[in-house]
Design a binder for this molecule. Structure first.
Ligand code: IMP
Length: 202
């Protein structure tokens, strides 16, 4: 019987990305683990995310699922860190411009305004994953370094993609085809670490 592993998200895209990674390495992990979403286990709760670090939020979500639903699981938390802004917006990335959150346009406007005249444009996306498996906790991280542009470019992706240029490229994430962005992204790097671990433990 497969080991049910809950990914503490209802974002279909994230679930598919992780499943594709699991299947991409010979199919052995896909045979062992059944990756399911929160709605697959009947969880429609508004899971608290009130910590002030990515690790804290990822742990909070993973332990919530384990404690309330009993399943082994993993949870992720991501955001943008800008050096000249003291690594802000960080855990407040989604809510940078307004507490209501997810107003990507307003977030980008605020970010570009706060960096007006600033020459240090260094920034990075970070993803942390907390895995709870067989009674133990494991933390994985992925970082995508880059810089913040002076104006928006591109219409793909989401969030800060139109103002983030990954290191080694002169175009933004929003200029790139999604599969190419995903291959460079913080999320895929953290997922790759998780998959490497599961593979080793297999
Ligand atoms: P989440 O933890 O993956 O939901 O990400 C939180 C917030 O960080 C998002 O709402 C975005 O503002 C920002 N963010 C995370 N990953 C990305 C990305 O790949 N591109 C652009 N923005 C991102």
């Amino acid at each position: 019987m497969k080991h049910k592993l809950v990914f503490a998200t209802n974002n279909r895209h994230k679930i598919e990305e992780v499943k594709a990674l699991l299947e991409g390495i010979g199919g052995t992990l896909a045979e062992k683990y059944d990756i399911v979403s929160l709605s697959d286990i009947g969880c429609h709760d508004d899971i608290p995310e009130t910590a002030d670090t990515f690790v804290g939020n990822a742990r909070q979500k993973a332990y919530y699922v384990k404690e309330h639903y009993g399943y082994d699981c993993f949870a992720d938390d991501s955001g943008l860190e800008v050096e000249a802004l003291g690594m802000e917006p960080g855990v407040r990335s989604a809510r940078y411009a307004s507490e209501a959150g997810h107003d990507h346009e307003a977030n980008n406007t605020k970010l570009l305004r706060n960096l007006e005249g600033v020459t240090n444009r260094k920034a990075q996306f970070r993803t942390v994953i907390c895995l709870l498996l067989d009674g133990a906790e494991h933390i994985f991280e992925g970082i995508c370094p880059g810089r913040i542009t002076t104006e928006r470019s591109g219409n793909r992706g989401f969030g800060y993609d139109p103002v983030f240029c990954p290191e080694g490229y002169d175009v933004t994430f929003a200029d790139m085809p999604l599969e190419f962005k995903n291959s460079l992204s913080h999320r895929s790097k953290a997922c790759a670490e998780l998959v490497k671990f599961l593979n080793k433990n297999n």
